[in-house]
Write a protein that binds this ligand. Structure first.
Ligand SMILES: NC(=O)c1ccc[n+]([C@@H]2O[C@H](COP(=O)([O-])OP(=O)(O)OC[C@H]3O[C@@H](n4cnc5c(N)ncnc54)[C@H](O)[C@@H]3O)[C@@H](O)[C@H]2O)c1
Length: 325
């Protein structure tokens, strides 16, 4: 892949992880933040993320070292976005702020630069309104942490040019991402909507005393979560319906599934005891480990799973079989 210049605007957690990913693939990454010195201070975290990917076999060491060496924090937004192929916006999740940042970035960046928001679910149509050439703007929502979780949800706004969406799909795929397209301005895009539905039920199972926090987590981790890392929910159920696949699954299990659906939680505001209940359960589950320890354990496990799935994918492609991973 040709090396590109990519600017990451906003030097918080998401920005550091994105910057690390782009650098790991050898791109020249420039970071910018309105807080004095924040972008420069955050270069260390981006370099650590890139090194982690190379050390775990998820990026080539040569390009990663080249990318790390070129990480920089120019003093102005104009200097950061000059000559860029992509600007990945990672500022706090407020429409007015993101709309203003898109306007500023679009005025300073070359005409062909793609401008993508990392927003966790704000309307891209609202964010792109004041941008110069809004056709090259879109949402590219990562899953935390972006340098390790392959999913990126691409959401075009009403003003997004279809060609820009295709360019974005290609660019993200080249840094190991698995892009999906979100059609329509829906809160939470695809993955967070499903996560919210599952989490509500997970909370309810704890609140009603059916299971502990630890057992709910375990049930997902060693059951559906493991299968979902390999195939999505539709494909998994296709394999659980006998010889007629998903048709068999829907027709044979209608009564059972509908019985469950009628019993599921439907609340739309968090019950007042939620945080305390979960905090108590998590204390028991984690045995006093710090957040930093848990984060490191998560990242090691994620790296191992992603590496295994990549190996599997190569095997599938080598065999000429359809790739399902
Ligand atoms: N945290 C997550 O798990 C996660 C996951 C996916 C997407 N996101 C999205 O990523 C974005 C950033 O989230 P975060 O958790 O990294 O936030 P954060 O608060 O950690 O960092 C935001 C940074 O933006 C900077 N900033 C504020 N205004 C700015 C401006 N005008 N120009 C340049 N920099 C500016 C702040 O100084 C800060 O350093 C949000 O849109 C969020 O929804 C977050």
């Amino acid at each position: 892949m040709g090396q590109e210049i990519i600017a990451v605007v906003g030097a918080g957690n998401t920005g550091a992880s994105w910057a690390g990913l782009f650098a790991a693939y050898g791109h020249e990454v420039r970071r910018f933040d309105v807080r004095e010195g924040a972008a420069a201070a955050a270069l260390t975290r981006a370099a650590a993320a890139a090194r982690f990917l190379a050390a775990r076999g998820l990026a080539e060491p040569g390009p990663a070292e080249a990318g790390i060496a070129r990480l920089s924090a120019p003093p102005t937004l104009a200097a950061a976005v000059a000559g860029t192929a992509l600007v990945q916006e990672c500022v706090p999740d407020r429409v007015d702020l993101k709309r203003a940042v898109f306007a500023d970035v679009s005025r300073a960046a070359p005409d062909e630069t793609l401008i993508a928001t990392s927003s966790s679910g704000l309307s891209i149509t609202a964010i792109q309104q004041d941008a110069r050439l809004p056709g090259r703007t879109l949402a590219a929502h990562p899953y935390n942490p972006p340098h390790l979780v392959p999913l990126v949800e691409l959401a075009p706004g009403e003003l997004t040019d279809p060609a820009a969406l295709e360019r974005a799909r290609d660019l993200y795929a080249r840094v190991g991402k698995e892009p999906v397209v979100v059609n329509g301005d829906v809160p939470g895009y695809i993955a967070n909507r499903m996560s919210a539905a599952l989490w509500r039920e997970a909370i309810e199972l704890v609140r009603s005393g059916v299971a502990t926090v630890e057992d709910v987590d375990k049930a997902v981790r060693y059951g559906p979560g493991l299968r979902w890392a390999v195939m999505g929910p539709h494909l998994i159920y296709h394999l659980g319906g006998g010889p007629s696949g998903i048709r068999g699954h829907v027709s044979h299990l209608t009564a059972t599934k509908e019985g469950m659906l009628r019993d599921l939680a439907t609340w739309t505001t968090f019950p007042p005891d939620t945080a305390d209940l979960l905090a108590d359960g998590l204390e028991a589950e984690t045995g006093g480990k710090s957040l930093a320890q848990l984060e490191a354990e998560r990242d090691e496990a994620l790296a191992a799973v992603v590496l295994a799935l990549r190996g599997r994918r190569r095997q599938e492609n080598g065999d000429g079989k359809e790739n399902v991973v």
